[in-house]
Design a protein around this ligand. Structure first.
Ligand code: HEC
Length: 100
């Protein structure tokens, strides 16, 4: 029983680390809304039928490219949060554990 409890505790901790690695969509939403991301394109760019981004990795790389066009210079964690938000709100790719 004790072993089981320990196992559950470590699983829960692993889950927390996992969630942190996958970004925080709420924080991403705030960052996105405070940014000037929509100064070049509307949010419809995320939903249009011929949108270019086809995977979570592409989404991250596109957010990095677009961020580089702004003077925001988000930190890595912030990029991941915005990716998590855009994915949750628009792209809806399955969210596998990040490897980095
Ligand atoms: C300097 C102008 C500019 C700014 C600022 C900008 N983008 Fe973009 N973004 C573009 C262009 C150009 C495209 C390609 C648009 C198209 O395909 O119609 C694009 C495309 C995208 C796409 C891919 C859409 C698709 O086809 O799936 C995403 C995601 C994106 N931008 C996110 C962001 C985010 C997040 C920010 C804020 C950090 C941002 N953009 C700020 C110019 C910009």
């Amino acid at each position: 029983m004790k072993t089981f409890a320990l196992l559950m505790a470590s699983l829960m901790m692993a889950n927390v680390a996992h969630a942190a690695n996958n970004g925080d969509p709420l924080s991403g939403k705030k960052l996105f809304e405070e940014s000037r991301c929509l100064s070049c394109h509307a949010a419809t760019v995320f939903t249009k039928p011929d949108r270019k981004v086809k995977s979570l990795a592409q989404l991250e790389s596109q957010v990095r490219t677009c961020d580089a066009n702004l003077s925001t210079n988000w930190f890595d964690d912030q990029i991941i949060d915005v990716v998590a938000y855009l994915n949750q709100a628009y792209y809806k790719f399955p969210n596998p554990a990040r490897t980095q």
